[in-house]
Design a protein around this ligand. Structure first.
Ligand SMILES: NC(=O)c1ccc[n+]([C@@H]2O[C@H](COP(=O)([O-])OP(=O)(O)OC[C@H]3O[C@@H](n4cnc5c(N)ncnc54)[C@H](O)[C@@H]3O)[C@@H](O)[C@H]2O)c1
Length: 247
């Protein structure tokens, strides 16, 4: 069975790099019209360049006014958004509870947790009117087992997204809107590769499938969650970690 997203409009936050970029390209290559928003507009433009009808918008997802303006731009260009992928996030590494400043705590919580709250608010009403929507949030293995290499602020932000997802899934299910969360383990994007450099074997050892994650591993799961193959799945946390944590 082919997964086809023809006629669907998708927004991927933080799609200028890493997992978000691969998600945008996979959804676009599967037939969706794709918008990418990011603080890095050049990177967002590069992501959508090969995609027919793609749109790149500069937006800091933690800023309510920027999110409102971004939503207006995307909705007026596309006429509606069927698929929302809340991927934008800051990965922040472990320094101990007293090694993290209050400003860092607020920054990570505001991008990783307030961001999806602000973005969802802008798009759910039109999804409700159309009685169709697919929302995918980005948690982390850190929320499932406690941070391994990441900081307590990061793990807490990603744990918050699990309750956020379940609560929103209950609210929006009656309107035909599915809300799920992916929870990747160590995945080879720039911040993670930089952090683990020279120590990779130690992080691969506890993974039954014997390798770190590739961004495409998560993107393929996102594609499943935004397609008709997952019509009866909502409020779930899908772990993508090579078996390191088995819920
Ligand atoms: N890579 C991993 O091992 C891993 C594991 C678990 C979860 N995740 C989650 O996956 C998502 C993507 O991570 P990644 O590894 O691709 O990271 P990345 O740093 O490669 O990409 C993150 C993207 O988000 C953008 N971004 C950052 N702050 C933003 C803001 N305020 N507004 C809009 N865009 C912003 C960045 O510019 C970048 O393009 C994040 O939510 C991350 O927490 C990653």
């Amino acid at each position: 069975m082919e997964i086809a997203l023809q006629g669907k409009n998708a927004l991927i936050t933080g799609g200028a790099a890493g997992i978000g970029r691969v998600c945008a390209q996979l959804l676009g290559n599967s037939g969706a019209r794709v918008a990418v928003c990011d603080i890095d507009l050049d990177g967002a433009n590069e992501t959508v360049a090969p995609l027919a009808g793609g749109l790149a918008v500069r937006c800091d997802v933690s800023d309510p006014k920027q999110v409102e303006d971004m939503a207006q731009t995307v909705l007026s260009a596309f006429g509606g958004v069927d698929i929302l992928v809340n991927n934008a996030g800051i990965i922040s590494f472990k320094r101990g509870i007293n090694g993290i400043t209050i400003e860092e705590w607020d920054k990570v919580l505001s991008v990783n947790l307030r961001g999806p709250f602000l973005v969802c608010r802008q798009f759910v009403e039109q999804m409700k009117e159309r009685r169709y929507g697919r929302i995918v949030n980005f948690s982390s293995m850190a929320a499932r087992v406690g941070g391994i290499e990441v900081g307590i602020h990061y793990a807490a932000s990603k744990a918050g997204l699990i309750a956020f997802t379940k609560t929103l899934a209950k609210e929006l299910g009656p309107y035909g809107i599915n809300v799920n969360t992916v929870a990747p383990g160590f995945t080879e994007t720039t911040p993670v590769k930089t952090q683990l450099a020279g120590r990779e074997e130690r992080f691969i050892a506890p993974i039954p499938l014997g390798r770190l994650g590739d961004p495409m591993d998560t993107a393929k799961t996102v594609l499943f969650l935004v397609s008709s193959l997952s019509d009866y799945i909502t409020g779930q946390i899908i772990d993508i970690n090579g078996g390191q944590y088995m819920g």
